[in-house]
Design a protein around this ligand. Sequence first.
Ligand code: ATP
Length: 252
Amino acid sequence: MSSLLEIRGVSVSYGKVEAVRTLDLRVGEKQIVSLIGPNGAGKTTLMAALIGLLPCSGEVFFHGDKLLPHHDVAHRVSLGMALVPESRELFAPMSVEDNLCLGAFSRYRRGDRDYSDARNEVFSLFPRLKERRKQAAGTLSGGERQMLAIGRALMGKPCLLMLDEPSLGLAPRIISEIFSIIEDLRQSGVSILLVEQNARAALKASDYGYVLEVGELVLSGPAAKLAEDPKVIESFLGKRPGIALSPIPLLV
Ligand code: ATP
């Protein structure tokens, strides 16, 4: 399968502290790839570097083209990358519709005038956003905010959607809804790089997984195989699914 994203020997530092160390990773076309690991493993840092918010060393290829240090966030978004950060970063006083509109801004600047079509596609994926289109983003529930954050990223028509902890703080039913939408997005041709503490749900949804610990890759493989790996089970999944032994919230 051809690579949409390929990173080779990528390191990211905060001053003298190396948060990600010589990491290799790839995301194929229409693949869902999970990045799991404990707190502080470097998952958010890697995504921030990939979208151009942090400098990194090593090589990053997107659609086979090498990304360069001067390729800023706007450029990477124009190439088809999008990041939904853990903090969602919505414009709280603005309406759902206006937040979506801002997600299309970079395409609008390039001359694309299909805002309404893109918005309607987002509304068909998230009917709840349509119902609340006039409501201020800051008054939405946690699940609705996550839907809006994903919807706003989709307004840029990305081919790679990077999701940082999409299930964070959400009720199990909403988590299931978000994961089913992630699968729908893949079906529509979007590749997903997924950072999740909810390792069970992430591996269940993914084709491939990477396990990071203190900035280093410790395991990788097809997601179904990783979910059976004793080290992954012990560290992230709990010994027996469905009981309180797991340190990770389980998806029903
Ligand atoms: P979590 O699951 O808790 O979100 P993570 O795997 O996403 O963790 P990061 O947030 O990428 O981990 O952090 C990786 C390391 O980099 C941590 O040791 C963290 O303290 C450090 N770090 C993150 N942001 C900064 C920063 N702005 N300045 C200095 N160090 C930072």
